[in-house]
Design a protein around this ligand. Sequence first.
Ligand SMILES: [Zn+2]
Length: 309
Amino acid sequence: MNRCNVKNHGMSVTGVMSKRLIGTAAVVVATILLLWADRHPAHGQQRVLSATKPVHASCQRSGFRVVVDVGHTAEVPGADSARGVPEYTFNLRLADEIEQALVDAGFGKAVRLITATAPWQGLVERADRANKMHADLFISIHHDSVPDFLIETWDHEGQQHPFSDRFKGYAIFISNDNADRQGSLQFGGLLGKELQARGLRYTPHYTLPLMGKYRHALLDPAAGVYRYDQLIVLRNTEMPAVLLEAGSIVNRQEELELASSERRAAVSAAVAAAVQDFCAERNDQHVKRPSAPNTVAGPGHANPASLAR
Ligand SMILES: [Zn+2]
């Protein structure tokens, strides 16, 4: 229609009559098109959507495989809590509930990953198994401690136990060496957002100079996502991967919270919601996005003692 207006500047009397005829014809054609669109609502809607923004693909939850890795093993169970409970016990209980929350949300291919193989070989095995399953997302579940130089001791029920009340809160780690570093950072951001929506806060202490070789770059200061390149389960996996420290079990108050069903329910719901968000966003991106470059730099200190996470 606009093209006609441009051509009709300075036209003659016969031109004006022709214009009226063309105008009448245009109204008839437009009316027919409107009536047709009204009887074919899907087509009419598609035309409107494509004129405003791309049509978003929906998340195929039943086909989206999430591997929930239970950190450590029964024989090598990780840190001891302030009351003497092994980290593995916390990891197993929380991972069970996360897997169930995912299945309940429609992610029927979610699986819990456990290995009895000792660290190093066991860590490589975890990543291999996730790769062979062609998982879409890998989440390693852990509970945090502090370096030895921050540990104090207290007497609990007649026994001495290590503790540190200095820090509390969750932390999320990704590796820049992961095959899908951008996806890992994206999921980490969504997970942090969902945890915070449920009243949880991340611990900022990994940025402190006193952490020395245990210091890590904070890649997402809003969500609490840190960089930890060397973790085997994050760098050997071929899909987006994060490691979640759900909280500090050497903090005497937070240990009680982490042992509660309310806290496990909040974390499980946050993971399920973040996976839903991620699955939908990934489908959108697969339609229209090339992968982003690997650009973020930071200290990324090696921490050989906890590579075994
Ligand atoms: Zn751990």
